[in-house]
Design a binder for this molecule. Structure first.
Ligand SMILES: COC(=O)[C@H](Cc1ccco1)c1ccncc1
Length: 130
């Protein structure tokens, strides 16, 4: 109903600010856009569900997140994709894995610090009853 739509509007405003803040951090630059399939032709043979921060911003605007948990699920996807595609012991792979883990931990910390647990519970109720 209308109050639920007001709650989801507030969620989208909150998630846009979290997503923008993550995308402004130069440590996470590599996660801001989809991996280019022309530069990395085998990427989509290995990674079945690519994800990035720009795509997540688009999903917010398309009302594809109904609670912070759903948003964090896509952050987790960015992270696991990077761990799976870059698994080796060489320095380059280790750097992107560290950045992926830092993205994940930073996103969880921002949401825990800035989101009211009652608000998230209200969003979960809307999601679970739709
Ligand atoms: C999320 O980004 C990635 O997983 C790509 C994979 C990749 C490998 C070669 C080109 O691109 C990446 C880009 C830059 N540095 C490390 C890895």
């Amino acid at each position: 109903e209308e109050e639920e739509e007001a709650t989801l509007r507030e969620l989208r405003i909150f998630l846009r600010e979290i997503c923008a803040k993550l995308a402004r951090n130069r440590t996470f630059y590599i996660f801001t856009k989809p991996v280019d399939e022309e530069e990395v032709p085998d990427y989509r043979e290995i990674i079945k569900e690519p994800m990035d921060l720009e795509s997540m911003m688009t999903k917010i605007d398309k009302h594809e997140y109904e609670c912070a948990q759903d948003f964090l699920h896509d952050i987790d996807l960015i992270c696991t994709n990077a761990l799976e595609y870059n698994p080796d012991r060489n320095p380059e792979d280790k750097v992107i894995r560290h950045r992926a883990c830092t993205l994940r931990d930073t996103a969880y910390a921002y949401i825990k610090a800035e989101m009211d647990t009652d608000f998230e519970e209200k969003c979960r109720g809307i999601r679970d009853n739709r």
